[in-house]
Ligand binder design. Structure first.
Ligand code: AHR
Length: 496
């Protein structure tokens, strides 16, 4: 099949906030224990951080990591995770019905972030706790010295404040599974008061209001409108969460989910702007898509109740999952004027691009690679291509473009990148790219992932599904032509 895209500097959507390439580490399963932290592991450093994992996190170039939950945070006493390790309590975690040893906590995570070149997006407990504990944590983390909580931090060996800039006001507070779940009005009030006190304590911080736990919630939309109505002036972002699965083994339908995400984002933008209009406000609320991924392979896994760091949510990803992950990232960039933060959930072991064996090795899942490409090359601003391509219909969608695409332009470094997914299972796509005013830009690299069976997976010592380099595509002036293989992930990089 044939397709055509046109690109010009004026097709700028907005600057890409690097936090759109964020991730997430929750005290859940083996994300922390056996994931980022495993004292005694052959690669562990003096802090117990697995260096093999840090090396891969650096390859992903993740600028921000959400912590410590997720559902876990709604029952978490942050004080349990600071101070002398031998005095920290073991607690039942009612989010995942496991035992939390608390040998890893806030200061360990902040140290880990430094090693991984990432910032922290910290969540506070608005489930079983509230504004008081939240503002104490902000004081512990961000106040220099001379008060009870800041001096407590110093007595724990952390002289300088962590200066954490971004804070989540709880997690999925509309979910019946959430400890301390709330109605929209109850939550709006709790979030408003917590955010107010947190910002009075540390005026430079930004806060994220919990949106619906997913677009499938019966209160979706209404929840956002009601809680925003209450908390609008005191918060900066609203969160979106969504996970996908190819439950009925229908790849065309599965890959079309990016259209649903597009619609989801658009609905939340409209809801935020509706509240803005009602309030005659000058302030715009942006979006934090702080949980997203494929999640379904591990749904029936069993584990022992109250065990420590059991194997939970350990999806092993296949090639079609990588294609959806790439398509979702492309969709986020299409909305980068409003989506400022997005966190692939999660980073290690728990529905994650990095997978470890406790005491053993580590490998990159199939989904690792599209994320790595976009996070490393998709910087600067996003350009909305004019697309002309064939479309298909499937179970839940009509008019699905076979081509999912976005371009990025890094003006500072005179670089461009074009990211494409060909969703056709059996046809190559000959893509003509009209580069309009990008005179003098020449392709320097063409990376792709293609030729795999849609169910192919990676494993320890067998990273089969991975990118490869192709000959750079032909260019004639500003007219570039490239062939995109059936079911493929493609990155075309250009330099001036
Ligand atoms: O990421 C796994 C879980 O999914 C998180 O704890 C929760 O917020 C969501 O439901």
């Amino acid at each position: 099949m044939k397709a055509k895209i046109t690109l010009a500097k004026e097709f700028r959507i907005g600057d890409i906030d690097k936090r759109i390439y964020g991730s997430f580490v929750e005290h859940l399963g083996r994300a922390v224990y056996g994931g980022i932290f495993e004292p005694g592991h052959p690669t562990a450093d003096e802090n117990g951080f697995r260096r093999d994992v840090i090396d891969l996190v650096k390859k992903l170039n993740v600028p921000i990591v959400r912590y410590p939950g997720g559902n876990f945070v709604s029952g978490y006493n942050w004080e349990d995770g600071v101070g002398p390790v031998e005095q920290r309590p073991r607690r039942l975690d009612l989010a995942w019905f496991t035992t939390e040893p608390n040998t890893f906590g806030t200061n360990e995570f902040m140290k880990w972030c430094k090693e991984a070149n990432a910032e922290c997006m910290m969540a506070v407990n608005l489930g079983t706790r509230g504004a008081d504990e939240a503002r104490n944590l902000v004081e512990y983390c961000n106040h220099p010295s001379g008060t009870y909580w800041s001096d407590l931090r110093r007595s724990h060996g952390v002289e300088n404040p962590h200066n954490i800039k971004l804070w989540c006001l709880g997690n999925e507070m509309d979910g019946p599974w959430q400890m301390g779940g709330k109605t929209a009005v109850e939550y709006g009030r709790a979030a408003l008061e917590a955010s107010k006190l947190m910002k009075w304590t540390s005026p430079d911080i930004e806060t994220v209001l919990c949106g619906s736990s997913s677009r499938n919630m019966s209160t979706f939309g209404k929840w956002e409108a009601e809680s925003l109505e209450i908390a609008y002036d005191n918060i900066d972002y609203v969160s979106l969460h969504q996970y996908y699965g190819n439950h009925d083994d229908n790849i065309q339908n599965f890959l079309a989910r990016s259209l649903e995400v597009d619609d989801f984002i658009y609905s939340i933008i409209c809801t935020c702007d509706y509240v803005k209009a009602r309030k005659r406000s000058k302030k715009t609320i942006n979006l934090s898509f702080d949980e997203w991924n494929v999640w379904y392979h591990s749904n029936n896994a069993k584990y022992d109740k109250w065990s420590e760091a059991p194997a939970l949510l350990e999806d092993i990803y296949n090639f079609e999952d990588a294609l959806l992950v790439g398509s979702l990232l492309i969709t986020f960039l299409r909305h980068c004027d409003r989506v400022k933060i997005a966190c692939i959930a999660q980073l290690v072991n728990v529905i994650a691009p990095i997978f470890t064996q406790t005491g053993g090795g580590v490998f990159e899942q199939t989904t690792f690679f599209p994320f790595m490409h976009m996070s490393n090359y998709g910087r600067g601003c996003a350009l909305l291509p004019l697309v002309d391509c064939p479309k298909y219909d499937c179970k839940d969608f009509t008019d699905v473009p076979y081509l999912e695409t976005i371009a990025t332009y890094d003006e500072e470094n005179d670089e461009m990148a074009i990211f494409c997914v060909n969703k056709s299972v059996d046809e190559s796509m000959v893509l003509d790219v009209n580069l309009m005013d990008f005179n003098g830009y020449k392709p320097c690299e063409f990376i792709s992932m293609d030729g795999y069976d849609k169910k192919d997976e990676n494993f320890f010592d067998n990273v089969k599904v991975k990118p490869h380099n192709n000959p750079v595509p032909a260019i004639d002036g500003t007219q570039l032509t490239v062939e995109l293989k059936p079911l493929s992930w493609n990155v075309i990089r250009l330099k001036k």
